[in-house]
Design a protein around this ligand. Structure first.
Ligand code: GLY
Length: 349
């Protein structure tokens, strides 16, 4: 008889791990306490390994690149073309200093990955690719193959795929993994994971960020086709296309606590003013959502994917890259589950 896996957490990491397990022959049940506390609900959905690369984060870059390489197969498995929001990314600099920031990031990429697809772009090339861009960018790069998913369609597609695969989705908050059924239990509850495993997860902390959603109106230019990651006035701002608008993000600063989800006026003002300079046509877009999310950051910046005891595993601390990193995490979780199954088979033989 198939073994049972219970997943605590219905965000991108929990659902993608759950789907891998269901496809691997496990009977799966997912406990989910709704979208309110979920980073994947407010996220932009960028599959960013090149655009998120920061000098000093070699191991994270390698893990992200390996995970992003698994995304095409996952998208094919889900079979919903609307989940894909963009195929490529433009890095756009506002000034010579902003341009130096990207030059350093791309030099770092080239030092770590064998052949990252990052091609230098003039201001004219950037504007030819995205006519809505400001007239004054100081150059940038085209990252071919670095795209984005629509995070909310992704979560819906994952839930549909799980239901079709016979998994049970239970809308309930879990406070104790010992109280749920299952041969194995995966805790994938973001920041809340620390309170669900014995001994907690030392170093796990929240980084808050404001993130906005804008919709095109009858007066508006079309949204961009690329993910645009800009460095503008020495601040990072990104535009991620959606079918009829875009996601505009994101600030980053230490969260007060796990409930600190009220957007701050200053963060919203900076995002809107930078984005409206970068892509002036945004001024006629409708501001449909103002939110703040909390990224679950680990102490060393790498996801925490490990076994806690014979029954409980954890997958948490995916920081800024939870969606991009989730397929790689799912592969690690499957290895941990297979090892548990093999050792139990050996001891019962
Ligand atoms: N990965 C984008 C963000 O964390 O804002």
């Amino acid at each position: 008889m198939a073994r049972e896996l219970t997943v605590i957490g219905g965000g991108a990491v929990g659902l993608i791990c759950a789907l891998s397990a269901a496809d691997g022959g496990w009977r799966v049940r997912v406990y989910d306490d709704g979208p309110g506390r979920r980073a994947a609900q407010v996220a932009g959905g960028m599959l960013g390994c090149l655009g998120e690369a920061h000098p000093g984060e070699e191991a994270l870059l390698a893990a992200s690149a390996a995970s992003v390489a698994r995304w095409p197969a996952l998208l094919q498995r889900l079979g919903d073309p609307a989940v894909t929001a963009a195929e490529n990314t433009l890095l756009v600099a506002g000034s010579a200093a902003d341009r130096a920031y990207f030059d350093e990031s791309v030099a770092f990429l080239r030092g770590v990955l064998p052949a990252p697809d990052a091609a230098e772009q003039t201001a004219g090339q950037l504007r030819a690719a995205e006519p809505g861009l400001a007239r004054t960018p100081a150059g940038g790069y085209l990252l071919t193959g670095e795209g984005a998913v629509d995070n909310r369609r992704l979560l819906a597609a994952l839930r549909a795929a799980l239901t079709a695969a016979g998994a049970e989705l239970i809308d309930e908050r879990v406070t104790d993994p010992a109280a749920v059924p299952g041969d194995q239990v995966l805790v994938a509850a973001g920041l809340d994971s620390a309170g669900l495993v014995p001994g907690g997860l030392p170093g796990l902390r929240g980084e808050k960020g404001e993130i906005l959603r804008l919709a095109r109106t009858a007066w508006s230019v079309p949204p961009p086709r690329h993910v645009i990651r800009a460095r503008w006035h020495s601040r990072n701002v990104y535009l991620v296309p959606r079918e009829d608008g875009l996601v505009l993000g994101a600030t980053q600063y230490e969260a007060l606590d796990h409930t600190d989800r009220a957007p701050q006026a200053g963060g919203v003002a900076d995002l809107l003013s930078d984005a409206c300079e970068l892509f002036p046509g945004l001024r006629t877009y409708e501001l449909t959502e103002v939110a703040a999310g909390i990224r679950p950051m680990s102490a060393d910046g790498l996801p925490i994917v490990t076994r806690i005891d014979r029954r409980v595993l954890v997958a948490a601390g995916h920081g800024r890259n939870g969606i991009a990193l989730a397929p790689g995490t799912a592969a690690q979780v499957m290895d941990l589950l297979c090892t548990a199954t093999e050792s139990e088979e050996r001891s019962s033989a």
